[in-house]
Design a binder for this molecule. Sequence first.
Ligand code: PMM
Length: 268
Amino acid sequence: MGVVNVTPDSFSDGGEFLDPERAIEHGLALVAQGADLLDVGGESTRPGAQPLAPAEETRRVLPVVAGLATRAGVPISIDTLHAEVARAALEAGATIVNDVSAGRADERMLAVVAERGAGFVAMHMQGSPRDMQRAPHYADVVAEVREFLAQRLEAALAAGVPRERIWLDPGIGFGKTLEHNLALLRGLRRLAELGAPLLVGVSRKSFVAAIEERAGLPRSAPLERAGGTLAASLWAAREGAAILRVHEVAPLRQALAVEAALAEGAGG
Ligand code: PMM
């Protein structure tokens, strides 16, 4: 899943693709690099981000969703918390809703997804983007995230979203410390036991810099986290993630191909 952020303030690529035509070109480039789907977002969910009015969010994302839906040749997901934005994007050609609140932020969300026959990504987040990194706390992070995802899976099913159209996501970096993120990445197989495919997004996230710091290396800026992104993405794929959400598709495709080639000859 290639990321197309149409935001002025995303932590990872804020402002780069605010112009719709540039965002569309970027999405097409990600597909040329091997993306199987594209995730379009108009509201930043970086820690401390302020909420955005749904009308402004719709204005940002709609031309990009419409352009990519006709030109990209891969499914388009809309990354939003708002049912109204999701509905407009689905009407413009998106077929998946990626909701970092898993349908909790807007009580109409699951009904819109079900009514339009769309796919749904339910992600775990402790708190809201505004306060999630203040003091994340869990007794057993894997068990608690698993229980949350099980409940959101049930809620989506109860709303009429078909099981085969639901993906679950541990929400790396959303209300989690470094240790929580590591535990979740190590515990992906336990989350996969819920019976829905997993989506994992590690791309350019700050846990990479936290690991560097712990290892006595200088902390990288988001755009310098390609290596950490690749290492964690390959790990997630090996541990059963079905979809990897990344900003740079080409290096991941290359790494996955090399790993697959090596695995073919392994054990022989
Ligand atoms: N991460 C971000 C935004 N949306 N959606 C899902 N399902 N999973 C994620 O991990 C996720 C997401 C934050 O990254 P960005 O601001 O660079 O898009």
